[in-house]
Ligand binder design. Sequence first.
Ligand code: CP
Ligand code: NVA
Length: 311
Amino acid sequence: MTMELKGRHLLSLKDYTREEIQLLLDTAADLKRQRYRNELGTSLLGKSVGLVFERPSTRTRVSFEVAINELSGDALFLSSQELQLSRGEPIADTSRVLSRYLHGIVIRATNHDHVVELAEYSTVPVINALTPMYHPCQALADLLTIREKLHELEGLKLVYIGDGNNVSHSLMLGGAIMGLEITIATPSGYEPNPEVTQIARAHAEANMASLEITNDPKAAVEDADVLYTDVFVSMGQDKERKKRLAAFLPDFQLNESLVELAAPHNIVMHCLPAHRDEEITDGVIEGPHSVVWDQAENRLHTEKAVLALLL
Ligand code: CP
Ligand code: NVA
Protein backbone atom coordinates (compact mmCIF):
# COMPACT_ATOMS: atom_id res chain seq x y z
CA MET A 1 0.00 0.00 0.00
CA THR A 2 1.47 3.38 -0.91
CA MET A 3 0.66 6.11 1.52
CA GLU A 4 -0.12 9.52 0.14
CA LEU A 5 0.66 12.52 2.34
CA LYS A 6 0.67 15.03 -0.54
CA GLY A 7 -1.55 18.00 0.09
CA ARG A 8 -1.98 17.29 3.80
CA HIS A 9 -1.61 19.97 6.47
CA LEU A 10 0.49 19.27 9.56
CA LEU A 11 -1.22 21.11 12.41
CA SER A 12 -0.84 18.42 15.08
CA LEU A 13 0.42 14.82 15.15
CA LYS A 14 -2.99 13.80 16.48
CA ASP A 15 -4.21 13.72 12.86
CA TYR A 16 -1.49 11.28 11.74
CA THR A 17 -1.42 7.48 11.98
CA ARG A 18 1.45 5.34 13.18
CA GLU A 19 2.19 4.32 9.57
CA GLU A 20 2.26 7.94 8.42
CA ILE A 21 4.64 8.98 11.21
CA GLN A 22 6.76 5.93 10.43
CA LEU A 23 6.93 7.04 6.79
CA LEU A 24 7.96 10.57 7.85
CA LEU A 25 10.70 9.17 10.12
CA ASP A 26 11.98 6.69 7.51
CA THR A 27 12.06 9.42 4.88
CA ALA A 28 13.94 11.70 7.29
CA ALA A 29 16.48 8.95 7.94
CA ASP A 30 16.97 8.45 4.17
CA LEU A 31 17.38 12.18 3.60
CA LYS A 32 19.87 12.32 6.48
CA ARG A 33 21.99 9.56 4.89
CA GLN A 34 21.81 11.37 1.54
CA ARG A 35 23.01 14.61 3.11
CA TYR A 36 25.96 12.84 4.72
CA ARG A 37 26.86 11.60 1.21
CA ASN A 38 26.51 15.20 -0.09
CA GLU A 39 23.55 14.21 -2.28
CA LEU A 40 21.01 16.97 -2.28
CA GLY A 41 17.40 16.59 -3.35
CA THR A 42 15.21 18.08 -6.03
CA SER A 43 11.76 17.37 -4.60
CA LEU A 44 11.00 21.09 -4.15
CA LEU A 45 12.36 22.17 -7.53
CA GLY A 46 10.22 25.04 -8.81
CA LYS A 47 8.38 25.32 -5.48
CA SER A 48 8.26 28.30 -3.13
CA VAL A 49 7.57 27.93 0.58
CA GLY A 50 6.58 30.83 2.85
CA LEU A 51 7.73 30.92 6.47
CA VAL A 52 5.35 33.13 8.46
CA PHE A 53 6.75 33.80 11.92
CA GLU A 54 4.85 35.67 14.63
CA ARG A 55 7.54 34.73 17.18
CA PRO A 56 11.34 34.40 17.30
CA SER A 57 13.07 31.18 16.29
CA THR A 58 16.56 29.81 15.75
CA ARG A 59 16.19 26.08 15.03
CA THR A 60 12.82 26.04 13.27
CA ARG A 61 13.50 28.96 10.98
CA VAL A 62 17.01 27.93 10.01
CA SER A 63 16.26 24.21 9.64
CA PHE A 64 13.25 24.93 7.42
CA GLU A 65 15.17 27.46 5.27
CA VAL A 66 18.11 25.09 4.82
CA ALA A 67 15.77 22.13 4.21
CA ILE A 68 13.96 24.04 1.46
CA ASN A 69 17.24 25.17 -0.14
CA GLU A 70 18.72 21.67 -0.04
CA LEU A 71 15.60 20.25 -1.71
CA SER A 72 16.04 22.85 -4.49
CA GLY A 73 13.07 25.00 -3.48
CA ASP A 74 12.83 28.70 -2.58
CA ALA A 75 12.20 29.85 0.98
CA LEU A 76 10.59 33.21 1.75
CA PHE A 77 10.89 34.34 5.35
CA LEU A 78 7.81 36.43 6.19
CA SER A 79 7.92 38.10 9.57
CA SER A 80 4.32 38.76 10.54
CA GLN A 81 5.42 42.29 11.47
CA GLU A 82 6.19 42.95 7.81
CA LEU A 83 2.99 41.46 6.43
CA GLN A 84 -0.30 43.38 6.24
CA LEU A 85 -1.41 40.96 8.98
CA SER A 86 0.26 43.39 11.39
CA ARG A 87 -2.12 46.11 10.15
CA GLY A 88 -5.20 43.98 10.57
CA GLU A 89 -5.56 42.12 7.26
CA PRO A 90 -7.59 39.01 8.16
CA ILE A 91 -5.84 35.65 8.31
CA ALA A 92 -8.45 34.22 5.92
CA ASP A 93 -7.56 36.83 3.27
CA THR A 94 -3.82 36.43 3.82
CA SER A 95 -4.19 32.67 3.46
CA ARG A 96 -6.13 32.81 0.21
CA VAL A 97 -3.61 35.23 -1.29
CA LEU A 98 -0.50 33.37 -0.12
CA SER A 99 -1.98 30.12 -1.49
CA ARG A 100 -1.99 31.66 -4.96
CA TYR A 101 1.79 32.27 -4.82
CA LEU A 102 3.24 29.58 -2.59
CA HIS A 103 3.34 25.77 -2.64
CA GLY A 104 3.37 25.49 1.14
CA ILE A 105 3.11 27.69 4.23
CA VAL A 106 5.06 27.12 7.45
CA ILE A 107 3.70 29.18 10.34
CA ARG A 108 4.73 29.89 13.94
CA ALA A 109 1.85 31.65 15.66
CA THR A 110 0.97 33.28 18.95
CA ASN A 111 -2.40 31.52 18.93
CA HIS A 112 -3.21 28.01 17.68
CA ASP A 113 -6.46 29.26 16.17
CA HIS A 114 -4.44 31.40 13.73
CA VAL A 115 -2.90 28.25 12.27
CA VAL A 116 -6.25 26.45 12.12
CA GLU A 117 -7.81 29.41 10.31
CA LEU A 118 -4.88 29.74 7.93
CA ALA A 119 -5.20 26.03 7.07
CA GLU A 120 -8.95 26.31 6.61
CA TYR A 121 -8.55 28.91 3.87
CA SER A 122 -5.32 27.62 2.34
CA THR A 123 -5.28 25.53 -0.82
CA VAL A 124 -1.65 24.51 -0.13
CA PRO A 125 -0.28 22.53 2.85
CA VAL A 126 0.09 24.46 6.11
CA ILE A 127 2.77 23.27 8.54
CA ASN A 128 2.62 24.23 12.20
CA ALA A 129 6.04 25.52 13.28
CA LEU A 130 4.90 25.98 16.92
CA THR A 131 1.85 27.40 18.61
CA PRO A 132 1.16 27.61 22.35
CA MET A 133 -0.71 24.31 21.89
CA TYR A 134 1.50 22.10 19.70
CA HIS A 135 4.98 21.72 18.22
CA PRO A 136 4.60 18.72 15.88
CA CYS A 137 7.82 19.32 13.91
CA GLN A 138 9.77 19.18 17.17
CA ALA A 139 8.15 15.88 18.15
CA LEU A 140 9.07 14.30 14.79
CA ALA A 141 12.73 15.19 15.35
CA ASP A 142 12.45 13.89 18.93
CA LEU A 143 11.09 10.53 17.76
CA LEU A 144 13.79 10.20 15.11
CA THR A 145 16.45 10.94 17.74
CA ILE A 146 15.06 8.39 20.20
CA ARG A 147 14.90 5.75 17.46
CA GLU A 148 18.50 6.46 16.44
CA LYS A 149 19.87 6.36 19.97
CA LEU A 150 17.82 3.49 21.43
CA HIS A 151 17.09 1.58 18.19
CA GLU A 152 13.33 1.32 18.68
CA LEU A 153 10.34 3.28 19.92
CA GLU A 154 7.76 0.75 21.06
CA GLY A 155 7.78 0.04 24.78
CA LEU A 156 10.40 2.64 25.71
CA LYS A 157 9.76 4.59 28.89
CA LEU A 158 9.79 8.32 28.20
CA VAL A 159 9.47 10.77 31.08
CA TYR A 160 8.85 14.45 30.46
CA ILE A 161 9.49 16.64 33.49
CA GLY A 162 8.34 20.25 33.69
CA ASP A 163 5.58 22.29 32.13
CA GLY A 164 2.55 20.68 30.44
CA ASN A 165 3.12 22.87 27.38
CA ASN A 166 3.16 22.72 23.55
CA VAL A 167 6.28 20.54 23.46
CA SER A 168 4.87 18.10 26.02
CA HIS A 169 1.57 17.93 24.08
CA SER A 170 3.22 16.97 20.79
CA LEU A 171 5.57 14.53 22.51
CA MET A 172 2.61 12.87 24.27
CA LEU A 173 0.70 12.51 21.04
CA GLY A 174 3.64 11.33 18.95
CA GLY A 175 4.80 9.00 21.71
CA ALA A 176 1.34 7.52 22.23
CA ILE A 177 0.86 6.92 18.50
CA MET A 178 4.28 5.25 18.26
CA GLY A 179 3.73 2.95 21.25
CA LEU A 180 5.88 4.49 23.99
CA GLU A 181 5.19 4.39 27.73
CA ILE A 182 4.91 8.06 28.58
CA THR A 183 4.88 9.79 31.93
CA ILE A 184 4.42 13.54 32.25
CA ALA A 185 5.52 14.95 35.62
CA THR A 186 4.42 18.52 36.31
CA PRO A 187 3.67 20.64 39.37
CA SER A 188 0.01 20.74 40.31
CA GLY A 189 -1.77 23.26 38.09
CA TYR A 190 0.72 22.89 35.21
CA GLU A 191 -0.53 19.56 33.82
CA PRO A 192 -1.03 19.15 30.06
CA ASN A 193 -4.27 20.40 28.53
CA PRO A 194 -7.07 17.94 29.46
CA GLU A 195 -8.41 17.70 25.89
CA VAL A 196 -4.98 16.89 24.51
CA THR A 197 -4.49 14.37 27.32
CA GLN A 198 -7.74 12.68 26.39
CA ILE A 199 -6.77 12.45 22.72
CA ALA A 200 -3.31 11.14 23.63
CA ARG A 201 -4.87 8.53 25.93
CA ALA A 202 -7.11 7.29 23.12
CA HIS A 203 -4.05 7.00 20.84
CA ALA A 204 -2.15 5.19 23.61
CA GLU A 205 -4.96 2.68 24.03
CA ALA A 206 -5.12 2.03 20.30
CA ASN A 207 -1.35 1.58 20.03
CA MET A 208 -0.47 -0.54 23.09
CA ALA A 209 1.16 2.54 24.65
CA SER A 210 0.50 4.17 28.01
CA LEU A 211 0.20 7.69 29.37
CA GLU A 212 0.51 8.69 33.00
CA ILE A 213 0.27 12.21 34.40
CA THR A 214 1.83 12.75 37.82
CA ASN A 215 3.04 15.44 40.21
CA ASP A 216 5.89 13.24 41.51
CA PRO A 217 9.05 13.69 39.41
CA LYS A 218 11.24 11.35 41.49
CA ALA A 219 8.91 8.37 41.18
CA ALA A 220 8.33 9.19 37.50
CA VAL A 221 11.97 9.04 36.36
CA GLU A 222 12.69 5.62 37.87
CA ASP A 223 14.11 3.35 35.14
CA ALA A 224 13.30 5.85 32.39
CA ASP A 225 14.94 5.30 29.00
CA VAL A 226 14.33 8.89 27.91
CA LEU A 227 14.29 12.02 30.07
CA TYR A 228 12.91 15.16 28.46
CA THR A 229 12.43 18.70 29.63
CA ASP A 230 11.58 22.13 28.23
CA VAL A 231 11.57 25.68 29.57
CA PHE A 232 9.33 26.61 32.50
CA VAL A 233 8.49 29.95 30.89
CA SER A 234 7.46 29.64 27.25
CA MET A 235 7.21 32.43 24.70
CA GLY A 236 4.37 34.75 25.64
CA GLN A 237 4.53 33.82 29.36
CA ASP A 238 7.22 36.23 30.52
CA LYS A 239 4.84 38.06 32.86
CA GLU A 240 4.33 34.78 34.79
CA ARG A 241 8.04 34.15 35.18
CA LYS A 242 8.32 34.66 38.94
CA LYS A 243 5.26 32.59 39.74
CA ARG A 244 6.29 29.79 37.41
CA LEU A 245 9.85 29.50 38.71
CA ALA A 246 8.48 29.29 42.25
CA ALA A 247 6.14 26.46 41.21
CA PHE A 248 8.76 24.42 39.31
CA LEU A 249 11.92 24.90 41.36
CA PRO A 250 13.61 23.01 42.86
CA ASP A 251 11.65 19.74 42.44
CA PHE A 252 11.10 19.74 38.67
CA GLN A 253 14.62 20.67 37.60
CA LEU A 254 16.30 17.94 35.53
CA ASN A 255 19.49 17.65 37.55
CA GLU A 256 22.12 15.01 38.29
CA SER A 257 20.18 13.40 41.14
CA LEU A 258 17.07 12.85 38.96
CA VAL A 259 19.19 11.49 36.08
CA GLU A 260 20.75 8.96 38.45
CA LEU A 261 17.33 7.43 39.13
CA ALA A 262 16.72 6.69 35.45
CA ALA A 263 17.97 3.61 33.56
CA PRO A 264 21.79 3.60 33.18
CA HIS A 265 21.55 3.97 29.38
CA ASN A 266 19.09 6.91 29.58
CA ILE A 267 19.22 9.74 27.10
CA VAL A 268 18.48 13.35 28.07
CA MET A 269 16.55 15.52 25.64
CA HIS A 270 15.55 19.18 25.42
CA CYS A 271 13.97 20.91 22.42
CA LEU A 272 16.07 24.06 23.12
CA PRO A 273 16.52 26.93 23.75
CA ALA A 274 17.51 25.85 27.30
CA HIS A 275 17.76 27.94 30.43
CA ARG A 276 20.67 26.41 32.28
CA ASP A 277 20.13 25.90 35.97
CA GLU A 278 16.39 26.53 35.61
CA GLU A 279 14.74 23.47 33.98
CA ILE A 280 18.06 21.66 33.44
CA THR A 281 21.46 21.91 35.07
CA ASP A 282 24.54 22.79 33.06
CA GLY A 283 26.06 19.47 34.15
CA VAL A 284 23.15 17.47 32.73
CA ILE A 285 22.80 19.28 29.40
CA GLU A 286 26.58 19.10 28.85
CA GLY A 287 26.84 15.62 30.40
CA PRO A 288 27.24 12.12 28.93
CA HIS A 289 23.50 11.35 28.67
CA SER A 290 22.61 14.50 26.73
CA VAL A 291 21.69 14.11 23.05
CA VAL A 292 20.40 17.65 22.56
CA TRP A 293 22.71 18.61 19.66
CA ASP A 294 21.84 15.51 17.64
CA GLN A 295 18.20 16.19 18.48
CA ALA A 296 18.53 19.76 17.18
CA GLU A 297 20.28 18.52 14.00
CA ASN A 298 17.42 16.11 13.37
CA ARG A 299 15.06 19.05 12.99
CA LEU A 300 16.67 19.60 9.57
CA HIS A 301 16.13 16.01 8.43
CA THR A 302 12.54 15.70 9.68
CA GLU A 303 11.65 19.14 8.30
CA LYS A 304 12.91 17.93 4.91
CA ALA A 305 10.77 14.79 5.17
CA VAL A 306 7.68 16.85 5.99
CA LEU A 307 8.26 19.17 3.04
CA ALA A 308 9.14 16.40 0.58
CA LEU A 309 6.08 14.30 1.47
CA LEU A 310 3.40 16.97 2.04
CA LEU A 311 4.30 19.40 -0.73
N1 CP B 1 13.08 24.01 19.38
C1 CP B 1 12.69 25.07 18.66
O1 CP B 1 11.62 25.08 18.06
O2 CP B 1 13.57 26.10 18.67
P1 CP B 1 13.36 27.54 18.01
O3 CP B 1 12.40 28.30 18.88
O4 CP B 1 14.74 28.16 18.04
O5 CP B 1 12.84 27.38 16.64
N1 NVA C 1 7.75 25.71 25.06
C1 NVA C 1 8.68 26.57 24.35
C2 NVA C 1 9.27 25.85 23.19
C3 NVA C 1 10.28 26.63 22.41
C4 NVA C 1 10.81 25.89 21.24
C5 NVA C 1 7.93 27.82 23.91
O1 NVA C 1 6.78 27.71 23.45
O2 NVA C 1 8.48 28.90 24.05
